[in-house]
Design a protein around this ligand. Sequence first.
Ligand SMILES: Nc1nc2c(c(=O)[nH]1)N[C@H]1C(S)=C(S)[C@@H](COP(=O)(O)O)O[C@H]1N2
Ligand SMILES: [Mo]
Length: 315
Amino acid sequence: MPAYRPLKIASSEITPQQHYLRRREFLGAASLGAMALYGVSKASAAALSVIDSRYTVGEKVTPLKDVTTYNNFYEFGLDKGDPARLSGDFKPLPWTVKVDGMVNKPGTFDVEALMKEFPIESRTYRMRCVEAWSMVIPWDGFPLASLLNKVEPLGSAKYVAFETVVRPDQMPGQKGIFQSLDWPYVEGLRLDEARHPLTLLAVGLYGETLQNQNGAPIRLVVPWKYGFKGIKSIVRITLTDKEPKNTWQVTNPQEYGFYANVNPEVDHPRWSQATERRIGESGFFGASRHPTLPFNGYADEVASLYSGMDLRKSF
Ligand SMILES: Nc1nc2c(c(=O)[nH]1)N[C@H]1C(S)=C(S)[C@@H](COP(=O)(O)O)O[C@H]1N2
Ligand SMILES: [Mo]
């Protein structure tokens, strides 16, 4: 079994886990504080560095079972069920992330130390895959900005590049005939996007450490962009002055680009992006359909980052 244990903030001793998970599922979308959700007193929550970021969406949270069994993580296979089925040998701990490039204080940081250093925030975000399915996920993590501030980017740094681990022995999709992409999986953000308060390094979801299939032990979450920007199992973060390539853009430049902001008005060459299938909700024909929102519903927070850009071409 992969390492899978409650985050320090989960307080499973206080609230039986099933009860806690069900409360999260039903109440996660309501404007209740993390204190109430975690079922701990304000005093002990403060000691455990829990912050209620009050990032919620007015929609039902996707059940944990769907979040952990319907995944894209090509290092473990191409089918949605492969990452959960085939990631049992992956060892997410111990783990370090190297942060280098155009910074004053480069370093290699232990993930568990970072989890203690930065307050863990509970934030429920929409997640919209470019394949036109979506979820609502209660993440636990800290802003990427906190880590970037620690290493002090140089004034000349303009972008941030990310890299996933390469471990063919533990990741069957990186081996032999099962190779699908060029490894490592890579991603990138503009520095201002990386520093935006919504941009999260997730270390857990539903109050539990990330399972392997969700990108253990640390992955990126950029809620206004298509899901492929949310690179998993990160081992390296590099500050640079050149726009970084990302894996999907390199694999298929006709269909994928650097920005990948969610935009219902710009169709994928092979399908409409106007609506999305909400995983875990049933409608007349399988999952229920929701309208896709500009910037995935985060336009008020992020549209100003792109003023002056032609949004139809910003894919
Ligand atoms: N390293 C890596 N990161 C990845 C992927 C991948 O294949 N490899 N898939 C991406 C895609 S397409 C999506 S939609 C999200 C899915 O995240 P989830 O499985 O946790 O919902 O992870 C992204 N991060
Ligand atoms: Mo995706």
